[in-house]
Design a protein around this ligand. Structure first.
Ligand code: SF4
Ligand code: SF4
Length: 135
């Protein structure tokens, strides 16, 4: 393989690298700075219920790109009772809106981190954004 082809090969690997969703760790100090920054309304205060409909254009029964089915306005149980949390089905890593995750950018204690349990490609995140916002 030529040097040029090797270079192209490594570039293609980088382009296909999975992106991880963001998770909030227990280091969260509940300051609330991240919640209004999320373009998908994917962030909720600990103990608060969430819905698929919040901050999206979704109505009726929906199966998300992650394969979970919800009624858009059905009230869902909190993912965390103690600290702010992110709903994986709604987090796009800010793809489609911003160049970097806004929650991580504003968090004063750097507790919005990559979630190895939720790996998605750029294409999957773009599809999730289109699914929620119909554009
Ligand atoms: S990365 Fe972006 S979309 Fe995901 S929770 Fe944070 S602010 Fe919301
Ligand atoms: S900005 Fe950070 S510390 Fe503040 S609520 Fe969000 S995750 Fe917690």
């Amino acid at each position: 393989m030529s040097v040029l082809n090797m270079f192209k090969f490594f570039l293609s690997l980088l382009a296909k690298k999975d992106i991880m969703a963001i998770i909030i760790t227990d280091d969260c100090i509940n300051c609330g700075a991240c919640e209004p920054e999320c373009p998908n309304h994917a962030i909720y205060e600990g103990g608060a219920n969430w819905t698929l409909m919040d901050g999206t254009l979704l109505k009726g029964e929906q199966t998300t790109p992650m394969g979970n089915t919800y009624h858009a306005d059905a009230i869902q149980k909190p993912v965390s009772d103690g600290v702010y949390y992110i709903v994986p089905d709604k987090c796009t890593e800010c793809v489609g809106f911003h160049d970097e995750p806004q929650c991580a950018a504003v968090c004063p204690v750097d507790c919005c981190v990559d979630d190895p349990a939720h790996r998605e490609t750029q294409e999957q995140l773009e599809a999730k954004k289109r699914f929620m916002h119909l554009a």
